[in-house]
Design a binder for this molecule. Structure first.
Ligand code: ZN
Length: 294
């Protein structure tokens, strides 16, 4: 059995040019729940001026089904994001930093060390307030500005986040630079340091076509939690080089073919992907959208 963390409503829609209404977002999430998804990154508590697509986090959370045994996650990148999140009934905080200084300076105007110092306090306070806290480490498989990101640095950020109170870590390939052999070695090193029982998730983008190959490599290395995005959302054609996450229904199709349980209903996922395509006014990247279920 693998666990899907559906990130379409957050990572996917954040990287689409068209801004959906709060009601459509709530309908999307409800359809995903109906299709069997139980872990959803629903919102981001980020500055609405910087990411207008995510400006309605509080309103959206109020519209979501509450009694369906679903875990809702929200992205937190700073103290102010934490303060907003704690006023909502979000279940899990997904606290994010990248692991490359140049990427972090450009995105968050601080070094990785500065980010880890601030976010460690955010993680502690989030955990004390009773929220689950997951750490998400971006550029863990490479940085578009620096190239290789030392594995030792990735593991050291993970260690500080775990010490601060994260019960899960997700390693994210923010710009699609990972390859399957690298995935296996990074995952092995992670398990060697933190133990095979620690909850590790992987987050891949299909930027260079390796999303599913990397997912499979992670699975073979022992990982059982994967982020993905319905219909492969997140590749706005007007945003240069933006390519979406691994596509949820394509990933479920792969695991289904392999005989690995996902808890998801593939037909309902594909229907949801088609519905999403109509809402986005463009053809989306998922392969099953084009080929159908075999
Ligand atoms: Zn991402």
């Amino acid at each position: 059995m693998i666990e899907i963390c559906e990130v379409g409503p957050r990572d996917g829609l954040q990287n689409e040019c068209k801004i959906l209404s709060t009601e459509i977002k709530a309908e999307l999430i409800t359809k995903l729940i109906d299709a069997g998804i139980r872990n959803i990154e629903a919102v981001s508590f980020v500055n609405p001026k910087v990411v207008p697509q995510m400006a309605d986090a509080e309103e959206l959370l109020k519209l979501l089904p509450k009694d369906r045994n679903v875990r809702y996650g929200g992205l937190v990148l700073s103290r102010s994001g934490l303060e907003r999140a704690l006023k909502t009934d979000i279940d899990f905080l997904h606290v994010v930093t990248t692991t490359s200084d140049t990427f972090n300076q450009r995105n968050a105007k601080r070094t990785v060390e500065q980010a880890v110092e601030e976010l460690s306090k955010v993680i502690k306070d989030g955990a004390v307030s009773g929220k689950g806290v997951a750490g998400v480490l971006g550029t863990a498989f490479g940085c578009p500005f620096e190239g290789e990101v030392p594995l030792a640095r990735v593991l050291s950020v993970a260690e500080k986040f775990i010490e601060a109170g994260c019960t899960e870590i997700t390693l994210a390939d923010t710009t699609g630079m990972a390859n399957p052999v690298q995935v296996q070695s990074v995952v092995s090193a992670f398990y060697e340091k933190f133990g095979k029982d620690f909850s590790l998730g992987l987050h891949f983008h299909n930027t260079r076509g390796l999303g599913l190959a990397n997912t499979l490599a992670g699975y073979q290395a022992g990982v059982r939690r994967f982020d993905s995005s319905i219909a492969g959302l997140g590749g706005c054609p007007f945003a240069p080089k933006a390519v979406g996450n691994v596509c949820t229904e394509d990933m479920v199709n792969m695991f289904r073919g392999m005989g690995v349980e996902t808890g998801a209903n593939l037909s309902l996922l594909l229907e949801t992907a088609k519905w999403m395509e109509e809402n986005m006014d463009r053809s989306l990247d998922g392969m099953l959208l084009k080929a159908g279920i075999a």
